[in-house]
Design a protein around this ligand. Structure first.
Ligand SMILES: O=P(O)(O)OC[C@H]1O[C@H](O[C@H]2O[C@H](CO)[C@@H](O)[C@H](O)[C@H]2O)[C@H](O)[C@@H](O)[C@@H]1O
Length: 264
């Protein structure tokens, strides 16, 4: 179920052994949650929420979500948890103490880009335009044949803003967003703060937007875990989001048993 992606550097058929000194960073869509037809269709089940709560407590609070989604959505997906998190690919960040870190300004021309994309979606209603405060995600999961057209339009719109937008590709989505952060910079920022500082970072993600995070934890002597299989900087891998959830739930249950033993 869980294997090392690079057998040359890690033993096969194993994940790094869980350690209480981890700082655990988790991607959301495609990693903790299965990919769904529409961004609004995903749900986090109770077992997953309980596993995250248990692991967060075992790691003394050093567990954070690192996602392309806005913080508001992460809070509602994982309610009642209010986890430390980086949203919108690091453009929004909430520290473990609950502090919201200063945001990034919108570039000049952003609203014109939004109108241009909205017009395009009017002509192609099978597309979905997700509006975030610092970016626009054009989803083509329901119309994969439009991929080239979507990409060409996004590329043409990048330089129409000052400073230019950043084009970020994802699973059946092209995002045009404010530059200045990525998942690697978000992880580095957490690692400079309590309770993450001094711990070993582990980042688990599935998409190309997660590669910055994998490179960052590799650089910090941490563990990078890819969900799925493809060329990646990640040094470990796990087959699917369902397998990841099972693994986290097993870790949480081991932690609970350990705590019960300690009390008796
Ligand atoms: O960084 P992540 O937490 O993985 O978020 C990446 C993007 O995820 C969402 O879109 C993706 O998931 C949808 C639901 O499964 C799916 O329908 C879509 O095709 C995927 O691209 C989210 O909507 C984006 O805002 C995130 O940036």
């Amino acid at each position: 179920m869980i294997r090392a992606a690079e057998p040359a550097t890690q033993p096969p058929d194993a994940v790094p052994e869980f350690s209480g000194d981890w700082a655990l960073f988790l991607d959301v869509d495609g990693s903790l949650l299965d990919i769904a037809d529409h961004p609004g269709d995903v749900r986090a089940d109770e077992v997953l929420v309980q596993s995250l709560a248990c692991l967060r407590s075992r790691l003394c609070g050093a567990l954070a979500l690192i996602s392309g989604r806005p913080l508001k959505e992460l809070d509602s997906l994982f309610a009642p948890l209010h986890l430390p998190a980086a949203g919108q690919h690091g453009l929004e960040r909430r520290s473990a103490s609950g502090q919201l870190l200063p945001g990034f300004d919108l570039p000049e021309g952003f609203s014109q880009v939004e109108s241009r994309l909205a017009l395009f979606v009017d002509c192609h209603p099978e597309l979905f335009l997700e509006r975030k405060s610092r970016g626009l995600a054009l989803h083509y999961r329901q119309a994969p044949e439009l991929e080239r057209e979507v990409l060409a339009l996004a590329e043409a719109l990048v330089p129409t803003c000052t400073p230019p937008l950043l084009l970020q590709r994802g699973k059946m989505v092209v995002e045009l967003r404010v530059p200045g952060s990525n998942k690697g910079t978000a992880i580095a920022a957490f690692m400079a703060e309590r309770p993450f500082a001094g711990r070993r970072p582990i980042f688990i993600g599935d998409d190309i937007t997660d590669e910055d995070g994998f490179r960052k934890v590799n650089e910090l002597d941490g563990h990078s875990v890819l969900v799925g299989s493809r060329d990646s900087a990640a040094r470990w891998s796990i087959a699917s989001a369902a397998d990841l959830r099972r693994w986290l739930s097993q870790l949480a249950s081991d932690v609970s048993s350990e705590q019960t033993r300690e009390r008796t």
